[in-house]
Design a protein around this ligand. Structure first.
Ligand code: SAH
Length: 287
């Protein structure tokens, strides 16, 4: 590990891509090269399209992949892209309409965030184990929560609590200008770093720590998204929302629901309860 790796916040673009564990493991699927500009362009294009065309008109598979200055033709990727599109179409059928969010979900290769043994299930709309009793979130709920948080507006600074394997952070990086993500389990923080490193995403900063405390040094955030359910939303996070900002979180024990909290004024928040959901628990402290 270099000195740079140990510094936080972690700027992913500052890390040299030494090796890619998952690239090797998923050679049966697609060798995915994802210059962030290509993904961003795809997402921008999608903003101009209606929802029904997003799944058909994404230019990703036609575009040559550029990595470290050389063009990499994606010859074996068509199957994987097709599966990804089918997954996004399912997510849209479940009610997600934000074309920018759908395009971001389509652009991120979810199979690169899970163990090779589970890669064939990557595009089933389900949560999957990532180790340490945690899961990668279901694509529908990732899309739905980001859609609610974004509310059709521009997201500059966003905070995610519960990086896990880094999948949602990668999706967020395509809809927000700057993404900060906190993980309390050191091994998962490291996993997210190694998953995201080959993707060279410049606008994600990963932190190892207790997300219940937020990141006061970076606040305020115009969006905060929790990937783990507490019995209530920690007060520190409410304080770190900008005025007009939106926080989306699963809350509850046995029966969980999505809660949206909007900060109306310095001392005023508005809360709404949305649909049912199921998340791993939000826990205090780090391990
Ligand atoms: N965002 C992930 C989902 C990870 S599961 C995805 O892309 O699929 C939820 C994660 O929240 C777990 O990794 C868990 O360790 C983490 N978590 C729980 N409580 C936390 C806390 N207080 N601070 C930071 N992370 C927390």
């Amino acid at each position: 590990m270099t000195e740079k790796d140990r510094k936080f916040p972690l700027l992913l673009s500052s890390i040299v891509n030494k090796s890619s564990r998952l690239d090797a493991q998923t050679s049966c699927l697609v060798r995915t090269e994802m210059p962030q500009t290509a993904m961003r362009n795809a997402v921008k294009n999608a903003r101009l399209q209606s929802v029904s065309t997003v799944t058909l008109a994404m230019p990703l598979e036609n575009a040559p992949r550029v990595k470290a200055g050389k063009v990499v033709q994606e010859t074996s990727g068509l199957v994987s892209i097709g599966i990804r599109r089918a997954m996004v179409a399912r997510v849209a059928r479940q009610g997600v309409t934000d074309s920018m969010v759908l395009a971001a979900v389509e652009a991120i290769p979810r199979h690169l965030f899970i163990e090779s043994g589970l890669a064939s299930q990557a595009y089933i709309d389900a949560s999957l184990p990532i180790g340490h009793h945690q899961t990668i979130s279901q694509p529908y709920i990732v899309a739905r929560m980001i859609e609610i948080m974004r509310n059709g507006g521009e997201l500059r600074r966003v905070l995610e609590i519960g990086t896990g394997c880094g999948y949602q952070a990668a999706v967020l990086s395509l809809v927000a200008k700057d993404v900060y993500s906190i993980e309390r389990i050191k091994a998962l923080h490291e996993l997210a770093k190694s998953n995201l490193r080959p993707m060279r995403i410049a606008n994600i900063r990963l932190h190892y720590g207790d997300g219940m405390l937020g990141l006061p040094q970076v606040a305020p955030f115009d969006g905060i998204i929790l990937a783990a359910a507490g019995l209530e939303v920690p007060q520190a996070l409410l304080e770190q929302l900008s005025i007009g900002g939106r926080l989306i979180a699963p809350v509850g024990g046995g029966h969980q629901v999505l809660q949206l909290i909007e900060r109306i004024a310095k001392n005023e928040w508005k809360s709404s309860i949305l649909e049912k959901c199921h998340f791993v628990p939000l826990r205090q402290g780090v391990i």
